[in-house]
Ligand binder design. Structure first.
Ligand code: ADP
Ligand code: ADP
Length: 226
């Protein structure tokens, strides 16, 4: 089974904008996969649909064989998503944000806090654990979002432009962290505007433009063509 499978996924917004015009994609377990494309290509819409925040017009999506229409809870257990924009409660404490999220996946309270602590340490947020989210810097908020997507240890992690607006140092440490996570077996998909980000991290790539997949290949073949 593919880690992620999209078949003929179409999205037309109420405004009439056709954001996805029939997307077919398959990402293998263990892959580090890039979705590259200019603004408006449909990357965020795609992620919205996979995480069931955006309703698709038609087509099929499954995560490790679990169809999101018929088997959503199972699909969600396999999936962690890091959105582009911060969307946690500003006045919540950092550790509670993570423990609450772990709780959504049915972990009992003590286990939820253990998981929270594990990812606070991994993402370098241990010292900030009792602070309110609003006091964190932009880079720390970004790491908090990654931690939150990981507390239930999903097999597939999807990140929407994880290093947009992030300084070079954090970008590097984020790249290293994701590489390690992938080596330990987590399948990773990220979207990016930047070919060099995709190039240094990813094995396979799909290029989206105006709602269609214009290229779907391994990184080496793509670079050989350029
Ligand atoms: P990005 O490439 O960073 O996703 P976009 O400009 O494509 O930036 O969109 C930013 C957000 O604005 C999207 O997540 C979407 O919800 C909203 N948006 C974009 N275009 C429209 C539109 N035509 N009508 C309504 N909302 C839109
Ligand atoms: P990307 O993430 O690649 O920048 P998006 O998925 O944000 O692309 O946008 C794809 C297309 O859908 C764009 O034309 C955008 O304007 C449109 N769009 C995105 N979100 C909305 C929305 N909420 N309502 C209407 N149109 C939208």
């Amino acid at each position: 089974t593919a880690a992620l499978q999209l078949n003929s996924v179409v999205k037309t917004y109420k405004s009439g904008a056709c954001a996805l015009k029939g997307i077919d994609l398959s990402v293998a377990p263990g892959d580090f996969f890039a979705m590259l494309g200019p603004n408006g290509a449909g990357k965020s819409t795609c992620i919205g649909i996979i995480s069931s925040l955006v309703k698709k017009t038609s087509g099929q999506v499954s995560v490790f064989g679990h169809n999101i229409d018929t088997d959503l809870n199972a699909a969600k257990r396999y999936l962690g998503v890091v959105p582009q924009e911060f969307n946690f409660g500003q006045f919540e404490q950092v550790i509670d944000i993570l423990a609450t999220q772990a709780g959504y996946y049915g972990l009992p309270r003590t286990k939820a806090y253990d998981q929270a602590e594990k990812y606070l340490e991994q993402l370098g947020l241990w010292e900030k654990r009792n602070q309110q989210a609003r006091t964190l810097s932009g880079g720390m908020k970004r790491r908090l979002m990654v931690a939150r997507a990981l507390v239930h240890e999903p097999k597939l992690l999807i990140l929407d432009e994880p290093t947009a607006g992030v300084d070079i140092e954090l970008r590097r440490s984020m790249w290293e962290y994701l590489t390690r996570l992938n080596e330990q077996g987590t399948t990773i998909i990220l979207t990016t505007h930047y070919l060099e980000e995709a190039e240094s991290l990813c094995r396979n790539i799909a290029i989206l433009d105006k709602g269609t997949v214009v290229e779907n290949t391994d990184m080496r073949s793509l670079l050989a063509k350029l």
